[in-house]
Ligand binder design. Structure first.
Ligand SMILES: Nc1ncnc2c1ncn2[C@@H]1O[C@H](COP(=O)(O)OP(=O)(O)OP(=O)(O)O)[C@@H](O)[C@H]1O
Ligand SMILES: [Mg+2]
Length: 354
């Protein structure tokens, strides 16, 4: 049995519709008209102890809803979840001992009180022995560099400072699993990097299992060996980011710098009528963008070197950011993934290095 087992979960929300017109609000109160919204339709996965998994998807895909079901805050409308053998919503308290959660958009610290008071409360709630509490607080405060913030009221902290304190709060009771829902949202580059370094460390050194949602691809490249992508409540990809890059990154750009604008213009002429290659010229810099699965890179380079005399050549593949947003927009389509069995719901698995 895996540490986390999710089988065909579903979450349907009932929401009331506000009626229009006179007395609309009153009517809605007396006899509410209900609408159902399926946030998670059918998602299954399992995660082993020690894994670090990214959980991606466009806005509204159902990521936070999944995490809330995993923590037991929400009860699935269908399907089953087992975490360390427990059913989260039925064993919410016992489950909370094995799980730590950080919601980037919501604080679990008491806003008006010093950070330390929230930690004391957590110590009491989780019955953390004094020595363990002390050791964890000292160690994490040191690595996260929050020691000087502990007596400050939470509301006076910057976002980056508060987020570091939140992560510490989630780990005081030494959970086996850490769920992070957009832990780096709104942070600057340096703050993000600090948090990433810490999360990476607890995964590597303490074997804490990670499930992380984010819209920042650097988080994933740095932290996660496995990526799951969901869309409209379905899992559409489960595998490594590397596999996505290798199999789905199609766009490539060659940038050639010439000694002068005339040389660049001459070189550009060679590609002007070539199907599938877009040409951009700026002074002495020529950019050729093409689909590397259609156009042969070696052939393009050969032409370039035969007909012109570039001073410098660089090649760049589509960024992971661009790639993932394209997958969100277009999905993982059959043509781009030849192994799909027709008729099966699309769920791609790509090699995960264990
Ligand atoms: N309590 C709720 N009541 C009604 N609808 C909800 C509720 N919580 C979430 N939803 C809806 O369920 C869908 C999935 O929401 P969810 O928060 O899981 O998305 P997400 O993948 O986390 O998106 P984001 O990237 O924007 O955080 C959305 O359409 C959302 O409006
Ligand atoms: Mg969310």
């Amino acid at each position: 049995m895996s540490l986390i087992e999710v089988n065909h979960i579903q979450k349907v929300f009932q929401t009331s519709i506000r009626r229009e017109g006179r007395f609309g609000m009153l009517k809605s109160l007396i006899r509410p008209q209900m609408k159902t919204l399926t946030a998670v339709e059918d998602i299954s996965f399992s995660i082993e102890q020690g894994e670090s998994v990214a959980y991606l998807g466009p806005n509204g895909a159902g990521k936070s809803t999944t995490i809330k079901m995993l923590t037991g805050i929400l009860e699935p409308s269908g399907g089953t979840i087992r975490i360390g053998g427990l059913i989260p919503h039925k064993n919410r308290k016992r489950n909370s001992y094995q799980v730590g959660v950080v919601f980037g958009q919501r604080s679990q610290l008491l806003f008006d009180l010093p950070v330390k008071d929230s930690y004391e409360l957590l110590r009491y709630m989780y019955s953390i022995p004094h020595s363990v509490y002390r050791r964890n607080l000292d160690e994490f405060a040191d690595v996260l560099e929050v020691g000087h913030l502990l007596s400050r009221p939470v509301r006076t902290l910057s976002l980056g400072q508060r987020m570091r304190c939140e992560i510490l709060a989630a780990l005081l009771h030494e959970p086996e699993i850490l769920f992070l829902d957009e832990p780096t949202i709104g942070l600057d580059v340096v703050a993000k990097e600090r948090i990433r370094a810490f999360i990476e460390k607890i995964n590597r050194e303490k074997g804490v299992t990670l499930l992380l949602t984010t819209h920042d691809m650097n988080d994933i490249e740095r932290l996660c060996h496995r990526t799951m992508i969901i869309d409209k409540g379905h899992l559409i990809y489960d595998g490594s980011l590397q596999y996505i890059k290798e199999h789905f990154a199609t766009e490539r750009q060659i940038r050639a710098v010439f000694p002068d604008a005339v040389a660049a213009q001459l070189a550009a002429g060679v590609y002007m009528d070539m199907a599938g290659v877009s040409v951009r010229l700026e002074e002495q810099v020529l950019r050729l963008t093409y689909d590397q699965h259609v156009t042969d890179t070696a052939e393009l380079l050969r032409l370039l070197l035969q007909r012109a005399n570039p001073r410098d050549l660089t090649m760049q593949d589509e960024s992971v950011d661009a790639l993932i947003s394209r997958i969100y927009r277009e999905g993982i389509t059959e043509s781009k993934h030849p192994h799909r069995h027709i008729g099966e719901p699309l769920r791609v698995t790509g090699g995960v290095a264990q």
